[in-house]
Design a protein around this ligand. Structure first.
Ligand SMILES: [Mg+2]
Length: 246
């Protein structure tokens, strides 16, 4: 099955939720090695203006890291829904579970067993990246599952990485929460994302009468539209700004 390209944004009715890595910016070998083009930041701010503030990032990254990549000032949900803020608003967040401190110790130790393994410490999560050590994939997943079982955490699988995060929240719950607040309330949500973690977001926008947009290769998905990759997303956003006058 193939999915069509989404129609251009409707600035009168839509509210736009955007995943970050693999959707707005290309993936890199290391999570800190991505490149954020200046014109992307300008585009996001222009879209926010045209949408009367109805744009938010929805990322697995911590909000403080998104801000280091130039996303300060935008509404955003971070850490897979464990924290979020409205534009210019205060950060709301879940408490950090004690199990993440134990996971930090075990993951730090695990990351020394092979060249290319990378432990990423997050305020509300703990991630192992094995993009440059693919032979360690199964061991990384086994360790994450063990820590999750021991400490009541959730295992989140992503592109060449596995992560422990807080149970009971995900990108879908973050979108639903934000749809109840501020400028987002009462509008039609559109969510763009590339990863399996974004399926929760696709489910949430569908439940609110909106649409999910899968970014990248076709795969089983709850999205109803698809864009081929980061370049296609940036082109779609730019065309929406240029060609929609409402
Ligand atoms: Mg992504």
């Amino acid at each position: 099955m193939q999915l069509p390209e989404p129609p251009l944004l409707d600035f009168a009715t839509d509210t736009l939720f955007l995943d970050f890595d693999g959707t707005l910016v290309e993936l890199a070998d290391r999570p800190d090695a991505i490149t954020v083009p200046d014109d992307l930041i300008a585009t996001l701010h222009e879209l926010t203006d045209r949408l009367n503030g109805r744009l938010a990032l929805v990322s697995g990254r911590a909000l403080e890291v998104l801000d280091e990549f130039g996303m300060a000032g935008l509404a955003a949900a971070g850490s897979h829904g464990s924290e979020w803020r409205l534009a210019g608003g205060e950060r709301q967040h879940r408490p950090r579970p004690a199990g993440l401190d134990r996971a930090r110790e075990r993951f730090t130790e695990f990351a020394t067993r092979a060249e290319g393994l990378l432990f990423e410490d997050k305020p509300l999560g703990a991630a192992l990246h094995y993009r440059r050590a693919p032979g360690e994939r199964d061991a990384a997943h086994d360790l994450a599952q063990e820590m999750a079982d021991d400490h009541g955490l959730h295992v989140q699988r992503g592109h060449d990485m596995v992560e422990l995060r807080i149970s009971g929240v995900d990108k879908g719950s973050a979108i639903t929460e934000m749809l109840g607040h501020g400028p987002f309330a009462g509008h039609r949500p559109v969510f763009l994302g590339d990863d399996v973690t974004d399926e929760d977001g696709f489910r949430a926008v569908d439940a609110h009468g909106g649409a999910g947009v899968l970014v990248g290769e076709m795969r089983p998905t709850l999205a109803t539209f698809r864009l081929a990759g980061v370049a296609a997303v940036n082109d779609w956003l730019s065309r929406s700004l240029r060609e929609r006058m409402d």
